[in-house]
Design a protein around this ligand. Structure first.
Ligand code: ZN
Length: 468
């Protein structure tokens, strides 16, 4: 999707309007830092919080130089920067008091969740024990860090062939701070932090779920009574996995779900990630496929054009010609959304493909008259030079690139072409405006004839008359 069209993820009038990036020393508007890519923002959010925990904050308030981190406004689902401390020294007020209602809601959720929390820990332990893969399975056992000198008490800890894994149940009371500092702890201590969820909905997800999801290669794992029963019955640790598959840039992302065995997961300790579906690799592959597909568009167009060339004067009006237009090549049909970055456009009621010039340039490419009722290629050259002075510089470039010099000399029995070249070269010096390139279809020509880039714009351009 074109980035400029996407909705900004920043709130409309943020209290803190710009921040200092400590990596570059540059002051940047908040809307620019937050951008419009949700996945990237979720990763940045964790990165910014982690950096504060490490004592090396990434962003500072541009007014008071207090470190800031990324928050979301609940109602608008948009993001802003909040001071990590607020003591009145800054005119920007980003930390509101919690209302009594919010405090009550948290207490209520806390009580409701603690029961679920106990249950989930039990299901985890029973699932891990059912599988023969894990040893030293413990609930709420203190993990003393030999490197950091700190300690944590993961919900459940287990050993998988020498790798110590901390299983943490993600609850609505688990905030980004906790996610960031635990991740750093287990990373430094050589362990792996593995988050499990009670549920993962398609929409209206809590932000903290996304904080984990988008930093875990877009995979989330669910433990339930059902997965526990399955694990015990099969004597293997089963979980329900939810992941995203990269679709075309225009498609709405869709969540896939499957019950998977822990043994089928990729454990990435240095990235503190565990995943079933490798979203990042799949996305790279998808991008490579799309690029390869785009690379075939010019030749698909050419094949189509050579097929219909000369049969129509107006492409737009000829429905049967358009009916044969290659399916894989997207076109802007005038109404509705521009689908891709292809410069091919047909507008309603108006022929916009420069058919005569496409005829001439494909003629140069193939060394014969294409779409123009002439016997010899040299007649096409005369036609362009006489009737289309604003295309002559590009056409000359085409003659050079496609090596048509000898063909022209061979066909120029009368010497009239040589005379014409001499004449227009003289005229170009006297009246260069007459030969300035017509740029209205430049994108199209660059797209269809990339070998002609750079297209000369002016008789004085170095690329117009290379001194060879
Ligand atoms: Zn400030």
């Amino acid at each position: 999707m074109d980035g400029s069209l996407a909705r900004s993820l920043a709130v409309v009038r943020p209290e803190i309007a710009s921040v200092l990036d400590s990596l570059t020393g540059r002051e940047q508007p908040v809307s620019e830092v937050l951008g419009h890519d949700y996945e990237r923002l979720m990763q940045l959010r964790l990165e910014v919080k982690s950096a504060i925990h490490e004592g090396t904050p990434r962003y500072l308030c541009a007014e008071c130089f207090t470190s800031v981190y990324i928050c979301r406004r609940r109602e608008s689902r948009r993001f802003f920067f909040r001071h990590s401390k607020e003591d009145g020294r800054c005119s920007a007020i980003t930390r509101g008091e919690l209302s009594q209602e919010q405090i009550n809601a948290r207490k209520y959720n806390g009580a409701k969740e603690s029961h679920l929390h106990q249950q989930m820990k039990r299901w985890l332990v029973e699932s891990l024990q059912a599988s023969g893969l894990f040893t030293d399975v413990h609930e709420e056992k203190r993990w003393s860090g030999s490197i950091t000198g700190e300690w944590r008490k993961p919900d459940v800890v287990a050993n998988l062939r020498g790798l110590k894994i901390a299983f943490e149940v993600q609850l609505s009371t688990t905030f980004l701070d906790v996610i960031a500092e635990r991740r750093l702890f287990y990373l430094k201590e050589g362990g792996l932090l593995f988050w499990v969820f009670a549920a993962f909905d398609d929409d209206a997800r809590r932000l903290t779920l996304d904080d984990v999801f988008y930093n875990n290669n877009q995979n989330a794992f669910i433990v339930s009574q059902d997965t526990r029963d399955c694990s015990v019955a099969e004597r293997e640790f089963f979980l329900d996995c939810v992941w995203t598959e990269p679709l075309s840039p225009l498609a709405e992302p869709k969540l896939s779900r499957k019950r998977v065995s822990f043994g089928d997961l990729t454990l990435d300790r240095s990235g503190q990630r565990a995943f079933y579906f490798d979203y990042e690799s799949a996305r790279s592959q998808r991008e490579a496929d799309d690029a390869a597909d785009r690379a075939t568009w010019p030749s698909q167009f050419e094949e189509w054009f050579l097929e219909i060339a000369g049969r129509y004067t107006s492409l737009y009006d000829q429905e049967d010609a358009l009916a044969s237009f290659p399916e894989g090549v997207p076109v802007h049909w005038g109404d509705g959304e521009m689908l891709t970055d292809t410069p091919l456009r047909f507008y309603g009621g108006e022929r916009r493909l420069p058919v005569a010039m496409l005829d001439a340039f494909y003629s140069a490419k193939h060394g014969r008259a294409v779409g123009i009722n002439r016997k010899h290629f040299i007649e096409v050259a005369h036609y362009v030079a006489a009737s289309y002075p604003h295309y002559l510089l590009w056409f000359r470039k085409a003659l050079e690139v496609y090596g048509r010099g000898s063909l022209l000399r061979e066909q120029d029995r009368s010497g009239s072409w040589a005379k014409r070249v001499k004449a227009y070269r003289q005229e170009m010096e006297i009246d260069p405006d007459k030969y300035a390139a017509d740029q209205s279809h430049q994108l199209l020509f660059e797209f269809l004839f990339p070998e002609l880039i750079p297209l000369p714009q002016w008789p004085g351009d170095a690329s117009a008359f290379p001194r060879t």
